[in-house]
Write a protein that binds this ligand. Structure first.
Ligand SMILES: [Zn+2]
Length: 371
C-alpha cells in the first residue's frame, strides 16, 4: 500500500514529459493505488495535443494522449496516398511532437495508441519498428503503451497474439493494453454495433477471462486491461447504456484471490467514458480504473466552441471586407483566432474530466525550477 500522507509527487518525482518503461508503470500503479484516474484523450493534430497539455499543466495533473488509427492518419495528412503508411508516419510524427514539447508543460504524459484490431496489427508492428529505432538512437521508445483489441476473437487467439506483441514491446519499455469483452459502438471503424443492446452478454466481460489473460500475459510484461462493463463508444440518449462497474470489482477479486497480489492487482481501463454518469465513473475508479478514454466529449467541446465563434462572427467567414462596417475582417478569420477558441473549449472540458477522475493537483512530476 502507498503512504496516503505523502503526496505522490514527493515520492515519485518523475521527470516531466513522456513516461515509458518503469516510470510509466509507476505512474499507472500510483493512480490505481491512490484511487484516481487520468483522462485519455484522442488527438488529431497539434491543436488538440497542445490543448491537452495546457489543460494538464493548468490542473497540475498527468494525462494520457492517444492516437486512434484514423487520428494518426489525419496527423500525417488525409492527402497522403498510402493510408497504411500515413497511419504509421502520423503516429510517429505526433509522438515526436509530444516528446519535444511535453516536458515544458511540467507534467507527466502517457503516450498511447488506441484500438488496433487484427487488420491494424501491421500498424502497431510498424510503430514498434519505429520505437526500436528510437531506443537505439535515444534510449527511449516513442510510445508508453499500445492497445491491441482482439476482443471480437476467441480468448485463446486474443491472448496468443497479445503475448507475441508483448515479447517485442517489453524490452523496449512499452506496455500493452488489451480488451476483454467488447465495448459497444464503434470508433474509427473498429468496434461493434450499439444496437446489440445493453443486455447483450458480450458487452460484459467474464472475470474468469480476465484471470486467464492476466495469468498468461503479466509474466511477459506490463499489461493493462479494458474490461467491458456495458460501456459504449459515443454519446447516446439516456437509457441506452447500462453500466455495471461491479464487473470490475469482481474481476479484481477473482484475480486477487488466485494470485495473492493485493486487493486490486489489475490496472483497468474505462473505454467510452464520454457521457457517463459521475456516480458510475467514481465507482469504476474505486475498483482500480487508472485510465478513462474520452473522445466524443472532447470533439464536441472543440467543435461547439468554434461553432459559436463562427456564428458570432459570420461575416468574417464569408467576406474579407465586412459589408456592415467596410473594415477588413482578417483579425477574425485568422486561423489562430478560431483554432485557439477550439483549444480553449478542450481545456475547459478537460478541467471537468480531471476533477471527475480525482486527478486534479496530483501530478507525480517533480517541480521544475522556473528561472
Ligand atoms: Zn475504446
Amino acid at each position: 500500500m502507498t503512504d496516503k500522507a505523502t503526496p505522490a509527487s514527493d515520492r515519485l518525482g518523475l521527470k516531466p514529459g513522456v513516461v515509458t518503461g518503469a516510470d510509466y508503470r509507476r505512474l499507472v500503479e500510483t493512480c490505481r493505488d491512490e484511487g484516481y484516474a487520468l483522462p485519455a484523450v484522442n488527438v488529431v493534430g497539434t491543436d488538440s495535443i497542445n490543448a491537452v497539455l495546457e489543460a494538464a499543466a493548468r490542473n497540475r495533473a498527468d494525462v494520457i494522449i492517444q492516437l486512434s488509427n484514423g487520428g494518426a492518419r489525419f496527423y500525417a495528412g488525409e492527402g497522403m496516398k498510402d493510408a497504411d503508411q500515413a497511419r504509421v508516419l502520423g503516429a510517429v510524427a505526433a509522438a515526436r511532437h509530444v516528446h519535444t514539447v511535453a516536458a515544458a508543460y511540467g507534467v507527466c504524459v502517457i503516450l498511447h495508441t488506441d484500438h488496433a484490431d487484427r487488420k491494424l496489427l501491421p500498424w502497431i508492428s510498424g510503430l514498434i519498428d519505429a520505437s526500436e529505432e528510437a531506443v537505439r538512437e535515444t534510449g527511449r521508445p516513442l510510445f508508453s503503451s499500445h492497445m491491441i483489441d482482439l476482443s471480437a476473437e476467441p480468448l485463446e487467439d486474443n491472448i496468443a497474439e497479445c503475448a507475441a506483441f508483448l515479447r517485442r514491446m517489453t524490452p523496449l519499455g512499452i506496455g500493452l493494453e488489451i480488451e476483454l469483452g467488447v465495448t459497444g459502438g464503434e470508433e474509427d471503424g473498429v468496434g461493434h454495433d450499439v444496437d446489440d443492446g445493453a443486455d447483450n452478454a458480450h458487452l460484459y466481460t467474464q472475470p474468469e477471462d480476465v484471470l486467464k489473460a492476466y495469468e498468461a500475459l503479466s509474466p511477459l510484461g506490463f499489461v493493462t486491461i479494458a474490461a467491458s462493463f456495458g460501456n459504449v463508444h459515443g454519446v447516446y440518449a439516456p437509457g441506452n447504456v447500462k453500466l455495471r462497474p461491479e464487473i470490475l470489482r469482481n474481476s479484481q477479486a477473482v484475480v486477487a484471490q488466485a494470485t495473492g497480489r493485493g486487493d486490486r492487482p489489475l490496472a483497468l481501463v474505462f473505454h467510452g467514458g464520454s457521457g457517463s454518469e459521475q456516480a458510475k465513473i467514481t465507482e469504476a475508479v474505486s475498483y482500480g480504473v487508472f485510465k478513462m478514454n474520452i473522445d466524443t466529449d472532447i470533439q464536441f467541446a472543440f467543435a461547439s466552441s468554434i461553432g459559436r465563434y463562427v456564428h458570432e462572427h459570420a461575416e468574417a467567414f464569408s467576406h474579407q471586407i465586412a459589408p456592415s462596417t467596410g473594415k477588413p475582417t482578417k483579425k477574425l478569420y485568422d486561423p489562430r483566432k478560431w483554432l485557439r477558441v477550439g483549444e480553449q473549449g478542450i481545456v475547459a472540458r478537460l478541467e471537468q474530466s480531471f476533477a471527475d477522475l480525482g486527478a486534479t493537483g496530483r501530478s507525480v512530476a517533480r517541480a521544475v525550477q522556473v528561472s
